[in-house]
Write a protein that binds this ligand. Sequence first.
Ligand code: ADP
Length: 447
Amino acid sequence: MKKILIANRGEIALRVIRACKELGIETVAVYSKADKNSLHVQYADEAYCIGPNESTLSYLNMQAIISTAMVSGADAIHPGYGFLSENPFFAKLCETHKIKFIGPSAKIIECMGNKAKAKELMIKNNIPVIPGSHGAVENVNKAIKIAREIGYPVIIKASAGGGGRGMRITHSDEDLKKALELAQKEAQNAFGNSEVYIEKYIEEPKHIEFQILADEHGNIIHLGERDCSIQRRHQKILEEAPSPFLEKHPELRKEIGEKAIIAAKAAGYQGAGTIEFLLDSSGNYYFIEMNTRVQVEHGITELVTGIDIIKEQIKIASNEKLLLNQEDVKISGHALECRINAEDPDNDFRPSPGRINTLILPGGPKVRIDTHIYQGFEILPYYDSLIAKLMSYGKDRNEAISVMERALDEFKIEGIKTTIPFHKKILQNAFFKKGEIYTNFIQRRME
Ligand code: ADP
């Protein structure tokens, strides 16, 4: 592989460009008009404007991206996360044009992209899933029957859902009647697919996910777990590796890790991916979904394993064999990531676009920051509000927390509101410090 086009923007585009540079691979950036002053445009060897500001006309414009890849002579496309990264049609389009899509095949993306179908595949492979409907639920009668069988509360989820959107928790038949139709409509609007499924709503679960690497020669390993339980409205905001809970339960960790490998094998997986589980308070674990791309939070796994996940993705896509066995993967120390968003935590986390007048980035030992912002940069309203991923490392969790607190104090941004003050509050919370975290943590302990 000599040249890679990065079909993305922001910090992840930079992350991929950096990996390519270190591997001696040339890079091609694509950008919307609004992003002409972005760092990914400056850092890449070549850059092409592919459309106007709106994502649908630029970063989601498949024809423009494919033709740019062809004109520039790129061998492969790295989709990053979001945008076209989990679009089977795009993966297929790359294949048709003999451009390597850095990710699994269109068939696997499609299969795992329907969460209800993915669950069915896991059931067949003896992987525990949350009790619920087998496949889609079309009508109220069926929904009520299932809800009564599994017991309220239940959660209605969009089969094509993602990003924590399209979920509704219901507590009674009456609730469910109203919620089902609304959920179907919402799913249709948000994901272009009205299909929903139902599962038992787990109270106060932990979100634990295993990072997978699978080559094209049948070798599959995992790089340990991440705990992503600190969420707001089902969206992750602070992640850590390893999980403080599984640190105390090594047998359980081993078992879930093995199930994650079985799940990836069942999917016929290739590339970097993540198997997500929920853990209830009794230590039962359940598969919820597989993400068939690199994740925002991959960096904390890199910090505790020393493995560069983006480089591994590229090597796998070049048909190289994994050089690591499961036994070679050693987890050492602890890492945290705070997602710094351009949002106002004092105003319901509304987006806070604008120009960054002053910027002082944190640094020093054991700090990693992945960001595309610089002083004078303008945060635009068209895209995701993530502006920086601040990561800290420590020999243990306490040290990683101290490093993060110090780094957050150093981080100065003026001109826009950010989630930095909110992260400081989480880190100061006594329950967080003890590692007592679960997905409703913010509602229960912070509001
Ligand atoms: P998405 O693809 O939108 O991220 P997921 O299925 O991965 O959706 O779930 C995201 C989050 O939603 C989980 O981490 C958890 O907080 C919550 N969630 C999903 N399913 C359940 C459930 N059955 N019970 C309780 N919480 C759930």
